[in-house]
Design a protein around this ligand. Structure first.
Ligand SMILES: C[S@@+](CC[C@H](N)C(=O)[O-])C[C@H]1O[C@@H](n2cnc3c(N)ncnc32)[C@H](O)[C@@H]1O
Length: 214
């Protein structure tokens, strides 16, 4: 059973992407960050303990994802082009357009970079942006500038889908630069956070547009 919420240019589903994706038509771009399934490999670093992470607001302890998703084939059919963070955890076809998030300087001892597999026909690209826990509402929350940077390589992607949107960073990026967005999240807690962040992002864009109007 899924729930659909429409907030301006965003259509957000609370439910299982394995059930929802087959009901949707393919869009222009899938920009997503599915679970990597490496909880047992997480060593804690300077700020955490193995397999768990504390929310910035002091809320519940979150577990890192224990398993990768089992529906990557479905994700591949969701859009004409894909950018899939953690693509090296999945058996994906050979492509040249890998994207790299360089976390230097890092605050703790996780990987120095993260990798996104993409179908974009371009050389490997890299984006340098420090990894931080500050203000995060999801253990795997991606930096907003990273997702905006990704979208810049697909200027013709008018509609973007993220089938595992977590706290909705892809959606916030889409709202900031005027793309339509479809998001799916299975966990109620993160779905609610995504709705709030995407709603706020649209309000801010509208406010700036009103202020800029003659
Ligand atoms: C790595 S996180 C995404 C974090 C996101 N990039 C952000 O900035 O907040 C992956 C998310 O996929 C969700 N997920 C896992 N399986 C799912 C499924 N079958 N359907 C929809 N969402 C799912 C998890 O609950 C988790 O929030």
């Amino acid at each position: 059973m899924s729930e659909c919420v429409i907030i301006g240019n965003a259509t957000l589903y609370h439910g299982d992407a394995r059930e929802i994706l087959p009901t949707l038509d393919p869009v222009d771009l899938c920009l997503t960050d599915p679970p990597y399934g490496n909880a047992d490999l997480w060593q804690g670093g300077a700020t955490g303990t193995k397999s768990h992470w504390q929310l910035a607001d002091g809320g519940a302890n979150c577990e890192w994802d224990a398993l990768p998703i089992d529906f990557i084939d479905l994700v591949l059919t969701s859009a004409r082009d894909q950018i899939i963070w953690g693509g090296h955890y999945y058996a994906l076809p050979l492509r040249r357009g890998w994207m790299v998030w360089d976390k230097t300087p890092r605050e703790f001892t996780s990987g120095a970079v993260e990798l996104a597999w993409s179908t974009l026909n371009q050389p490997t690209r890299a984006f340098t942006y420090p990894r931080s826990f500050l203000g995060k509402q999801h253990p795997s929350q991606k930096p907003l500038p990273l997702m905006v940077w990704c979208l810049g390589f697909a200027p013709d992607a008018h509609t973007v889908i993220d089938p595992t949107m977590g706290s909705g960073t892809t959606g916030v990026a889409c709202m900031q630069i005027g793309r339509k967005f479809i998001g799916i999240e299975i966990e109620r807690k993160y779905f609610d956070i995504a709705c709030e962040r995407i709603d706020n992002a649209q309000r801010q864009v509208q406010m700036f547009a009103q202020e800029a109007a003659p």
